[in-house]
Design a binder for this molecule. Structure first.
Ligand code: BGC
Length: 419
């Protein structure tokens, strides 16, 4: 028996039954290699160490696809990570291989069933057992805007895509960049997530959640690509090689009017000292239907079976910490996201107005039946389909000779090729 008591954070860890003298250790693989993301995951390391664990991490820079590729190669070479940040259907896929640990014991002891946001449960329990510990809920469909440019031109934040285009025409005519953007497969697809969703929610569900190729070839998808083409025209010439943080800065310093990106932006803005309401506003990306929309993304941690008792103990400790109210506040304040527990009060602990609005909109969206999961952020289809779709979307952004009709067909063809 070994009792683990957290130090500074004050979390009283459950008593863990361990036959041997196991010393909890972990090595967590994740995609958060720099900036506010690295700062947020460092909080987990600090809490793990404060609770008596030995923390190591393997940060894979780039976006989720890189982490997924590394995970695959590590598992194939018999070196499965003790803990890995994993999302959406990939959780079910890895669970089906039998290589992942069952978290039911920790989940029962800690009462996860009573506190985890219902929107996450089926993803974390793909076949009825807890396989993943959810860290957060991220909102993908945020539109950040520049108070400076909107104020100068007397513009309101656009609510529909027509209003958005009309605002951009005025902003460009006044000599400003309308959309700050950094081209990358996932960020191009983040923008496209919002376009398809805001133009036709049923199309989003069919094409991006169910991978329905007829929906991909439909007129609605052609119209969505036409909107994306228009928006590329509202970007400046410097999108290649620009990071999302640099794009964010363009909007927050008044160099560009709008930035479409998930709420990890809030964390990066805080770290850079930008102030909500002064340097930026946050609103949902435009929708052509009336109502509140929420495109959901969630980061979670999956544990791969280990032989070494220290790593097994480390998995239990890490799972407990991730789901603790203390971690959920500390991490999510630092990450820009919303806690995965429903019993955390966002009016305390340093959550921003945008984060609080995110939670309100999540609830409203659930009530209105408009909630979807994000294709661009690995929450709907397997990586092989997402990767194929993202390639088509990013090619379309890069090459303006591709027509919207061609892109819609390419999207369907690419998915069909994956079988
Ligand atoms: C991840 C976030 C991350 C963002 C930008 C998303 O897919 O879920 O944790 O902050 O990408 O890198």
């Amino acid at each position: 028996m070994k009792t683990l008591i957290a130090g500074a954070s004050g979390i009283a860890m459950a008593t863990l039954a361990t036959g041997a003298q196991a010393e909890p250790k972990t090595n967590m693989m994740h995609q958060w290699a720099q900036g506010s993301e690295a700062a947020a995951i460092a909080k987990l390391g600090e809490m793990f160490e404060a609770a008596g664990g030995t923390w190591e991490q393997t940060a894979i820079s780039g976006h989720t696809s890189n982490t997924l590729a590394k995970l695959r190669s590590d598992v194939v070479s018999g070196n499965a990570p003790a803990a890995v940040q994993l999302k959406g259907p990939e959780i079910a896929e890895w669970n089906a291989t039998g290589a992942t640990a069952n978290l039911d014991e920790v989940a029962a002891a800690e009462g996860w069933d009573d506190v985890v946001a219902p929107e996450l449960v089926s993803v974390m329990k793909p076949t009825g057992n807890w396989v993943a510990a959810p860290m957060n809920i991220h909102r993908v469909n945020w539109l950040y805007s520049s108070p400076k440019i909107l104020g100068e031109l007397g513009l309101d934040v656009p609510k529909t895509w027509d209003e958005f285009n009309a605002a951009c025409d005025k902003i460009v005519a006044a000599g400003h960049t309308c959309i700050a953007h950094g081209a990358a497969d996932w960020s191009d697809s983040t923008t496209f997530d919002s376009i398809v969703y805001g133009m036709d929610i049923d199309l989003y569900r069919a094409a991006f959640q169910e991978a329905d190729v007829d929906a991909m070839r439909s007129q609605g998808m052609i119209d969505a690509f036409a909107q994306l083409r228009k928006m590329v025209g509202y970007m400046d010439d410097g999108i290649n090689g620009r990071s999302w943080e640099q794009s964010m800065t363009m909007t927050m310093t008044g160099e560009a009017a709008f930035f479409l990106m998930g709420d990890w932006t809030v964390a990066s803005a805080n770290l850079a000292g930008f102030v909500e309401g002064e340097d930026y506003y946050c609103h949902q990306t435009p929708v052509n239907w009336d109502g509140d929309g929420f495109i959901l993304n969630a980061d979670s941690v999956v544990f791969f079976n280990q032989k070494d008792e220290d790593y097994i103990e480390g998995q239990k400790l890490l799972a407990q910490i991730i789901m603790s109210p203390e971690f959920q506040v500390t991490f999510n304040v630092a990450k820009g996201s919303i806690p995965s527990r429903t019993d955390v009060d966002l009016s305390e602990g340093g959550f921003t107005q945008c984060q609080q609005k995110g939670l309100e909109d999540l609830k409203a969206s659930v009530e209105q039946g408009t909630l979807v999961r994000s294709m661009a952020h690995n929450m709907t289809v397997l990586q092989k389909y997402r990767g194929a779709m993202m390639e088509v979307i990013t090619e379309f952004v890069a090459d303006d000779s591709i027509t919207p009709e061609e892109a819609a067909n390419q999207l369907a063809d690419a998915v069909e090729l994956q079988g």
